[in-house]
Design a protein around this ligand. Structure first.
Ligand code: ACO
Length: 325
């Protein structure tokens, strides 16, 4: 039986020019390059310039993805933008992207699931494409987390960075087999009992301020590996894939220790793991499409490869997706 699948046509990314190294951070707060690298694997992160907004990063990533896919922007009829750092409370940052691309048909909206945002956005777009409601989707993860960091809190300010990544999905008829190209399965979870472990202490309805990111790092760490591996096992069970059959593991880039522990628990070979956290830091919803873009550009991820995506973040939210490129 044939099936409509969301097939990846291309991807792209954008990082702000300014690089903030661990050494520079160590001159601002009581930390060191050694501490940051040892606990997180992060060596540097990019920071958006004054006047450079999430939409600006998203537009550049979207343009790169459109060029990589070799499509006309007018063929896109759905834009889903994952972010926790929108330009404004409303309208959605997605409509700024839509406008900049000269598109005024179809739908564009933002989605908020913090670090899991890209996986949630991918699943949302996939479900719309598979029902036939839309034909071609632009899925973006874009963040300016530098704007919600407390730059005096060494426990959080060393972890995050700014950036954007995007992917183009096309609804295509496939044979309906596990060898199909496209998104083969997605699994989304959330559990609000953990909402106070990672949050922003401000907001429109509560304080009328933007607020700053607050995190109980140890608590997040404690839950992360179990949640990540559970949802990957769900993806394996749904498709018959396993640690051996996947070609690439592209996890949310929060922390090298979490990524290493998750891969180890699942018996995923280290050489299959795409790591960018050293150069990008944690860019929340942008981290997976940024990592995908790096691994596609350097020739690692190729057409036909089986790619496992995973993310976990504030809420808690967590999810996985298995994609044949
Ligand atoms: N530099 C130097 N010392 C620091 C720093 C820093 N940047 N930050 C904290 N410390 C100190 C603490 O004050 C503490 O000192 P003390 O023992 O004198 O009290 C000591 O280091 C240990 O602090 P912990 O918070 O227990 O350190 P831990 O080993 O847990 O590492 C970290 C902290 C890296 C945040 C870790 O908990 C972690 O990786 N948690 C996961 C959180 C994460 O990745 N979040 C990303 C968002 S969620 C997501 O995307 C999945």
């Amino acid at each position: 039986m044939t099936a409509i699948r969301s097939v990846v046509l291309g991807c792209g990314s954008y990082l702000p020019e300014r690089i903030l190294t661990n050494a520079e951070l160590a001159s601002q707060v009581d930390t060191s390059d050694e501490w940051i690298v040892q606990r997180t694997g992060i060596r540097q992160r990019h920071i958006a310039a004054d006047g450079e907004f999430t939409s600006h990063l998203a537009i550049k990533a979207a343009q790169a993805a459109i060029a990589h896919a070799g499509i006309d922007a007018q063929s896109i009829d759905l834009i889903v933008l994952a972010t926790s750092t929108p330009d404004n409370t409303f309208p959605a940052t997605a409509v700024s992207v839509q406008h900049a691309l000269g598109i005024n048909h179809g739908a564009a909206f933002d989605l908020q699931a913090v670090c899991s945002g890209f996986v949630f956005a991918l699943a949302t777009a996939d479900n719309f494409l598979r029902t036939g409601a839309f034909k071609r989707a632009l899925v973006i993860g874009a963040e300016t987390f530098s704007r919600i960091l407390d730059w005096t809190d060494r426990g959080t300010c060393v972890l995050f960075g700014d950036g954007a990544g995007a992917i183009i999905l096309d609804a295509q008829q496939q044979p309906g087999l596990s060898t199909d190209r496209g998104i083969l399965t997605t699994h989304l979870r959330s559990d609000g009992r953990h909402k106070a472990k990672l949050y922003v202490d401000g907001g429109v309805s509560s304080t009328q301020t933007t607020g700053h990111l607050r995190m109980e790092g140890r608590e997040v760490f404690k839950h992360a590996v179990g949640m990540i591996t559970d949802v990957i096992v769900d993806a394996f069970n749904a498709t018959g894939a396993n640690a051996e059959s996947i070609d690439w593991f592209v996890p949310h880039q929060a922390n090298k220790r979490i990524i290493d522990a998750s891969a180890h628990k699942l018996h995923i070979a280290p050489q299959k793991v795409v790591l960018t956290v050293d150069l990008h830091g944690n860019t929340s919803a942008a981290s997976i499409p940024l990592a995908l873009s790096v691994a596609v550009a350097d020739g690692r991820i190729k057409k036909g490869d089986l790619v496992l995506l995973e993310a976990m973040g504030g809420g808690f939210t967590w999810g996985s997706a298995l994609v044949r490129w």
